[in-house]
Design a protein around this ligand. Structure first.
Ligand code: NDP
Length: 313
């Protein structure tokens, strides 16, 4: 059993920002990276909306630089995945990974959320090379191109509408006969002349070559027919899955499985703080994740100081 002041779960933008803050406060935080080292942004290409980078910065480079910054101040990162969490009676927290057991005074949960993918053959091959899950991040690469958005919820509508800033044409593929999105979002897409809604349709196959995606095969859910469609890019907006399974029964979550945290990032368990997408299904931006990462680190630092003060009495 290894004892630590702060353990940060997750090595995306939220976790690494928390690590920079806690390391500068000389808490020597331990970052357990999880399997997706660098988080979601490490899987994107150019990030054009990170403040201070007018020429854009590659997602992997951004998190590498953050990691270097955190380590420079004394943070330690280990490529380990937390497999269980337990709140102890003395107010400490136990985290187990496959290879280690840790006890910490404070825990910052920054395990993120993973975009849901269709799971079709070849999807890996076209990830970030024709198939995307974030219009805000990658939409600008599709100026005057033809795009397909998959999904029927608010996110699919919002992304379709947003993508018409760049795209020549957006086709929204909805697997059911109707959108489940809220009325204002539905109206927004229905009124947008660049968007065509194609209901009862879903992608059954990606078409392309080494250079990237060239088209899709669309399955008609009413007739069962399959047809080819030429398309430059596909954006999936079929929901996200928060990485919270190890906290079930311990930390409060909403109906979608996202952690409930207050505006100071505090969860229902004292000493456990939530930062980034694991507690945010709305903004899902690197900069907002960094903001809550910093907030969580500051709260964790104050929590540890007051706990030590109380324990000394
Ligand atoms: P939702 O879960 O609301 O919608 C997911 C959509 O994806 C559904 O239409 C679902 O279809 C479809 N889908 C799921 N799996 C597949 C698949 N394999 N193939 C094809 N389609 C599939 O997720 P969202 O991300 O849209 O929204 C999440 C939450 O965030 C919601 O509460 C939403 O209101 C909120 N949000 C709000 C926004 C706003 O108000 N501006 C913007 C974005 C999100 P089906 O309907 O058939 O189940």
């Amino acid at each position: 059993m290894e004892e630590r002041d702060v353990i940060i779960l997750g090595s995306g933008v939220a976790g690494l920002t928390a690590a920079i803050y806690n390391a500068r406060a000389e808490l020597k935080p331990l970052v357990l990276t999880g399997m997706a080292d660098g988080g979601q942004i490490a899987t994107t290409t150019v990030v054009e909306n990170w403040p201070g980078e007018p020429d854009g910065i590659m997602g992997p480079e951004l998190v590498q630089r953050m990691k270097r910054q955190a380590e420079k101040f004394g943070a330690e990162t280990r490529f380990e995945q937390a497999v269980s969490y337990k709140a102890n009676e003395d107010g400490t927290h136990t985290i187990k990974t496959d290879s280690n057991e840790y006890q910490a005074l404070a825990v910052i949960v920054a395990t993120g959320a993973s975009a849901r993918w269709l799971g079709l053959p070849d999807e890996e091959k076209y990830k970030s090379n024709g198939v995307h899950t974030c219009a805000t991040c990658d939409g600008a690469f599709y100026k005057n191109k033809d795009i397909v958005v998959v999904g029927g919820g608010d996110a699919a509508c919002e992304e379709s509408d947003f993508l018409t800033r760049f795209a020549r044409k957006v086709t929204l593929l909805v697997r059911k006969d109707r959108l489940r999105a809220s009325l204002p979002m539905r109206e927004r897409v229905e009124k947008n002349p660049k968007i065509t809604i194609r209901s009862l349709a879903q992608i059954s196959r990606y078409l392309g070559d080494e250079k990237g995606l060239r088209g899709i095969v669309v399955h008609d859910n009413k007739t069962g027919e399959e047809s080819e469609m030429k398309v430059d890019g596909v954006f999936l907006a079929i929901g996200h899955v928060p990485n919270t399974s190890i906290f079930k029964g311990a930390l409060d979550m909403d109906e979608l499985g996202y952690l409930r945290a207050d505006q100071h990032t505090e969860t229902n368990i004292p000493g456990v703080f939530a930062a980034g997408d694991v507690a945010d299904h709305y903004f899902r931006q690197a900069i907002t994740a960094a903001g809550t990462g910093a907030a969580a680190a500051i709260r964790a630092e104050k929590y540890i100081a007051s706990k030590r003060h109380a324990d000394r009495r």
